[in-house]
Design a binder for this molecule. Sequence first.
Ligand SMILES: Cc1cc2nc3c(=O)[nH]c(=O)nc-3n(C[C@H](O)[C@H](O)[C@H](O)COP(=O)(O)O)c2cc1C
Length: 318
Amino acid sequence: MPTKQAGLTKKTVVSAADPVLATSVGAVAFTNPILTASGTYGSGKEYTDFVDLADLGGVVTKSVTLNPIRGNPPPRVVETPSGMLNAIGLQNEGVHVFLNELLPPLKKQARKVVVNVAGKSKEDYLEVTSILDKSGVDALELNISCPNVKEGGIAFGVCAQTAAGLVSEIRKRTTLPLWVKLSPNVTDIVSIAKAVQDAGADALVVSNTYLGMAIDIEKKKPILANITGGLSGPAIHPLALRMVWQVAKNVSCPVVAVGGVKSVREVIAFLLAGASAVEVGTMNFVDPSICGRLPLELADWCRSHETTVKKLIGALEA
Ligand SMILES: Cc1cc2nc3c(=O)[nH]c(=O)nc-3n(C[C@H](O)[C@H](O)[C@H](O)COP(=O)(O)O)c2cc1C
């Protein structure tokens, strides 16, 4: 029998749509704050043996570009202590295959679909945005922070003026909620966050991977064919947490956190630091069921602490 406790109904069985989990990122309402991180979940179908996609707050897709991209030559991933380096290089089938083949089944299964958009040039970003504008997706996430491509990607995300210029042009092409995924490979992420917000971003995603490298000491050669790659996984969580906190207290738009989530504890830490939703990436490769479990564990934690996700957001006492 449910019992009443401090205004919350205490239940023994929690669900991924438990009201304590409700959150929103600007105008987009989510049943729970657990989203997938771009590039670690394909377009969802790879995980349906492990997770009911409807149990997630939403799915953020792999970066979609105008034309298909084969990505970088292998080796493209290396395991590191508590993390991994990747230099995939935005491999994807292009926006038209995405729209015709990948998006329809995803829209049927996921509660919310956020499409991550990348480009080699400003024109690429603008065209992909225009094409997706009427696709019925819930939001766009602009990847201006990919560290693994020669043109585009991070080149747009490391200078406040360039980032703001791109975002203001894209803003004119779509009425969809526009999230901008920032690069952590900068001296002052707050100045870029503010510039991008002022240029029309509806939310900031903090953040992409941290530039790193690995060396095969016997061969005296880099392990990644691309030489450098982006570091992700539990190793980066403290760095991401610091940036989420810094950004959230300096902007007025919502922040979506990403970096190193491996359990419900990092999700709660991100919420306390000011995030309205949390993306989970590398740990999907270790435990493909994690995104289905986290909402349940978070609901359980909220109920046992007599709180809600909305109350946790930005509740850090510092
Ligand atoms: C293999 C791999 C591929 C990725 N591809 C993309 C991508 O296409 N677009 C993007 O914005 N981020 C991409 N990312 C970055 C993730 O979305 C996320 O920002 C990063 O991995 C940090 O989160 P995590 O520590 O939970 O993995 C990729 C990460 C990995 C590990």
